[in-house]
Design a protein around this ligand. Structure first.
Ligand code: OAD
Length: 453
């Protein structure tokens, strides 16, 4: 959690709902408010902050209502900016258990509370900007330019040198669909070959409907048909998956956070505790009322192309869905817990095969500290902001993504196929033969599915 909502909204929820829910909500709200501010035609900083805070305030309030939590705003935060008691009081916020500003918060009108929240977010944003200008807090502007680069070169060779120097032992690997493309599984968004361009046969209202709960409830058949195509066990892990396993075997991998539902990381031999399946997978399933379902029965239904209904108790009959995170659903509890535990320890972040289009996963690239090198291995450059978006992001305390430009001091880039990138990295690390052996063994073990061309 990096923005000012972490400092304000996050604590609203944290006291009343689980950490995971609080983080999901704050991240969702922050993302939506940021998108609105950057898409607006506000021409100055104050205007942008106004739009951001207004939207964030509204959304936080709506989320609080949805969750049924009392809307009592507290203070705190991990963004390096914490509201002082005086600020909270003057904003009309609550501090601790006692209502500030005349004790009317719990009974105050929605409008008063909302505008108080907006004032506070705005104040925090402005104070952070002042601190940075005054040289307090995070370095910015000119100071940043003076900092030494963290890699000898911003490519695979620079990362190989960094790993060999022994400076890292807690690598986090973030994976997306691109790492499974060479196995025969299409990614989602590559024009022409991506899954979302090839779902015509399912007659969906729009491609992503296949992963939307409302649509699933109405018409689960397309998801079941797609599940048959994607079901794990038909595709071999790729050299990239085996490279991640090698990182683990060398004692360098802290965690692999994957968006993929194909379970190829596990198929490559990575132990389950090293994997965070951020968007779930087929390993477990439940009905829409929450009853656990037998995954073997789910598999039988998927194989027959039949939709499964709950068999756990008489009369439930709700639709069964593998535990894959659909749009709008919260990510697994384990995701938020391990993001909080792992990222402060991360000393090298590797991001591969993802468009970084889906949040909150995409925002993870901002979680490692400022002094942690990162590497993107992808066919296209992703995760960078244009100059004005970056300026707004800084202002409101959000992470600013990758920087492959002139001010870069820590972001390596390999543009191209990830297998080639990791084979090159393995070669530079002297792991070439081990990687080859793993790939060959993996191929021999998995029945490879013939895919239509
Ligand atoms: P996308 O399809 O959005 O992005 C895949 C990225 O990988 C693109 O940037 C491609 O250019 C790149 N790519 C493709 N093949 C590659 C290769 N061989 N080597 C290197 N790069 C390659 O997939 P994700 O970012 O994973 O949600 O998508 C995120 C989420 O959106 C998915 O988890 C899925 C989807 O809706 C669920 O399944 C719930």
């Amino acid at each position: 959690m990096s923005g000012h909502l972490a400092a304000v909204g996050f604590h609203v929820f944290e006291e009343t709902v689980s950490d995971t829910t609080a983080q999901m909500v704050a991240s969702r709200v922050e993302e939506a408010a940021f998108a609105e501010a950057t898409a607006s035609d506000a021409s100055d900083e104050a205007g942008l902050i106004r739009i951001y805070t207004a939207r964030a305030g509204e959304l936080l309030r709506a989320e609080a209502k949805k969750l049924g939590v009392p809307s009592r705003w507290g203070s705190g935060g991990d963004a390096g900016v914490t509201a002082t008691e005086a600020e909270l009081t003057s904003s009309g916020m609550l501090v601790g258990d006692e209502p500030a500003s005349g004790g009317e918060s719990e009974t105050s009108s929605d409008e008063e509370e909302l505008s108080a929240l907006q004032r506070l977010v705005q104040k925090l944003a402005l104070r952070k900007a002042e601190q940075e200008e005054g040289g307090e807090g995070e370095p910015s502007g000119e100071a940043e330019e003076d900092l030494e680069p963290l890699l000898s070169s911003f490519d695979v060779a620079g990362v190989a040198e960094y790993i060999k120097s022994g400076k890292c032992g807690n690598i986090i690997f973030m994976a997306g669909a691109g790492i499974s493309v060479s196995a025969g599984i299409p990614d989602f968004r590559t024009p022409g070959t991506g899954l979302y361009d090839n779902l015509q046969k399912y007659d969906l209202p729009h491609p992503t409907a296949v992963f939307e709960l409302d649509y699933f409830q109405e018409n689960p058949a397309p998801f079941y048909l797609l599940a048959k195509e994607l079901y794990p066990g038909q595709y071999p892990p790729t050299p990239t998956h085996h490279f991640v396993r090698l990182l683990h075997e060398k004692g360098l991998l802290l965690r692999c956070f994957t968006q993929n539902i194909d379970s190829l990381e596990a198929a490559a031999g990575l132990p389950h505790e090293r994997i965070v399946a951020a968007h779930g997978n087929f390993d477990s399933a439940r009905c829409l009322k929450g009853h656990p379902a037998d995954v073997h029965r789910v598999r039988e239904h998927v194989d027959r192309g039949e939709v499964m209904r709950c068999e756990s108790c008489d009369g439930c009959d709700a639709l069964v869905k593998p535990d894959i995170v659909f749009f709008g659903e919260n990510l697994p509890e384990r995701f938020a817990r391990l993001v909080a535990e792992d990222f402060p320890k991360c000393d090298l972040l590797i991001v591969a095969g993802t468009s970084l289009a889906v949040h909150p996963f995409a925002g993870l690239i901002n979680h490692p500290g400022e002094d942690v090198p990162r590497m993107l291995v992808n066919r296209e450059k992703v995760g960078e902001m244009d100059e004005s978006t970056r300026a707004i992001a800084k202002l409101i305390g959000r992470g600013t993504g990758f920087d492959f430009g002139e001010t870069n001091r820590r972001d390596a880039l390999h543009l191209g196929d990830c297998d080639a990138g990791f084979e090159e990295l393995a070669r530079l690390l002297g792991w070439e033969d081990e990687l080859k052996a793993l790939v060959e063994k993996g191929r021999a073990q998995t029945p490879v599915k013939e895919r239509p061309s």
